[in-house]
Ligand binder design. Sequence first.
Ligand SMILES: NC(=O)c1ccc[n+]([C@@H]2O[C@H](COP(=O)([O-])OP(=O)(O)OC[C@H]3O[C@@H](n4cnc5c(N)ncnc54)[C@H](O)[C@@H]3O)[C@@H](O)[C@H]2O)c1
Length: 338
Amino acid sequence: MTVRVGVIGAGWIGMEHIRRLTDTITGARVTAVTDIDAARAEEAAAPVGARMLPDGAAVVAADDVDAVLVTSWGPTHAEHVLSAIAAGKPVFCEKPLATTAEDCLKIVEAETAHGRRLVQVGFMRRYDAGYRRMKQVIDSGRIGEPLIVHCAHRNPTVPESYTSHMAALDTAVHEVDVLRWLLDDEIVSTQVVTPRATSKRFAHLKDPQIMLFETAKGVRIDLEVFVNCQYGYDIQCEAVGEEGLVRLPDPASVGVRTTGQHSTEVLTDWVGRFADAFDTEFREWIAGIAAGDEPTGPSAWDGYAATVITAATVVALESGRVVATDLKPRPAFYGGAA
Ligand SMILES: NC(=O)c1ccc[n+]([C@@H]2O[C@H](COP(=O)([O-])OP(=O)(O)OC[C@H]3O[C@@H](n4cnc5c(N)ncnc54)[C@H](O)[C@@H]3O)[C@@H](O)[C@H]2O)c1
């Protein structure tokens, strides 16, 4: 079966995923595209032989669309996801699931009422080979019970439009999701401390930030978010357990020895770092739909948790306090207590 995908939002990542579904993944075909910018929709649709449709509702309703991909701006996600659930169609929504807890809960309620999982949220790190190996080690018990996790999320630079709140909402959101999954645990409180600011930032920005999370089981996570580190795009994660530790591998790179030095490359952009993870994420999503299975990736509940935890982290940054995340209990539909 070829899964026919309709795409809502043909911007940067929409175009990336259309290319991925067309050239990299087998078993999928993009049949419909919409964007509020008609020229963009046309530019995305024409090369892959897809129809251009007037809006998201038309994409969801189209007879030649089996599954919906939402890659529009964050505040528009909830509307499109809810309409896909109402039509009973699988929907992949790029992060965030929605920008408010209320909208996330509306999606959770609609999917629960439907009675079968339809929603997957685009947290691609769960598909990264290194994180997957880390999870296997943690789940096997080889390092004992996890106690502490040290993480860093570093970007070389960010544009002037990047705000201090985006450190939680757009950057740390990926660690929030992958750590909940790695530890099979929930984040119950968040705090942000700000060390001396780098002179390389735009003046309005608090950079770096150190985020401190506590989980329900008492694991402590420290996450350095440093988005003007200059030297590269660098993702670090080390889980310390009672009997050992497990560390995320750096991307494979040849060692170079020359003029008295031994060096390896550091990547400079996130696209290259997670390209394989994006491919695997879509390969598994499409294979699951073709097999008639429910999605196994990040759920609407995970999308809700990420939105609530990152919003609490913004409050923590502004207040300087430890902020409880106050998540609702996880419903049985999503696996019950974490
Ligand atoms: N998983 C990741 O690492 C990752 C990476 C990049 C972007 N994203 C997410 O993907 C989403 C899109 O990001 P982007 O960088 O492609 O942004 P973008 O601005 O390049 O593209 C968004 C597109 O959506 C269109 N659009 C907006 N509202 C619409 C609507 N209601 N109906 C149809 N089209 C609409 C815009 O015209 C634009 O072309 C964001 O939510 C972003 O957070 C996720």
